[in-house]
Design a protein around this ligand. Structure first.
Ligand SMILES: [Zn+2]
Length: 130
């Protein structure tokens, strides 16, 4: 059971939905501005298709310029899915309730501060040196 109250969860859901819309609009605009014909075709679908299919669709195209937006969109989708599943606000690694202040700053946070730091250290260690 999450420590977040219902109104708090609703607020986060709204915040995440708003962010999702912003990202969709930004992705849409970038695709339309591209010279690539395939991208303009994708742009027509960005605003209407379901969240998960959008992330998959964009991932298929490997659009380098949009990598950050697509990654964030995937994070936002995952957070909304956690709200639906009732696990939002719980650390994915240790299961503690994530600090509400942390969620206010990073509504897509999936780990508590400690686990996130440990995770980032590990990710850094695993990055192959060229
Ligand atoms: Zn944790």
């Amino acid at each position: 059971m999450s420590a977040l109250s219902k109104p708090e969860i609703q607020m986060f859901r709204k915040q995440l939905r708003d962010r999702e819309m912003d990202l969709r609009k930004a992705i849409h605009a970038s695709l339309l501005n591209s010279d690539n014909k395939d991208y303009s075709e994708v742009a027509g679908r960005v605003l209407d298709i379901g969240e998960q299919s959008l992330v998959d669709l964009l991932a298929d195209f490997h659009i380098i310029e949009l990598e950050k937006e697509v990654a964030e969109l995937a994070d936002v989708e995952a957070a909304v899915a956690r709200i639906t599943a009732g696990t939002y606000g719980q650390c994915a690694d240790c299961g503690v309730d994530i600090d509400v202040e942390r969620l206010r700053i990073y509504p897509t946070a999936r780990r508590c501060t400690e686990c996130q730091m440990r995770h980032e250290r590990m990710a850094k260690d695993m990055t192959p040196s060229l």
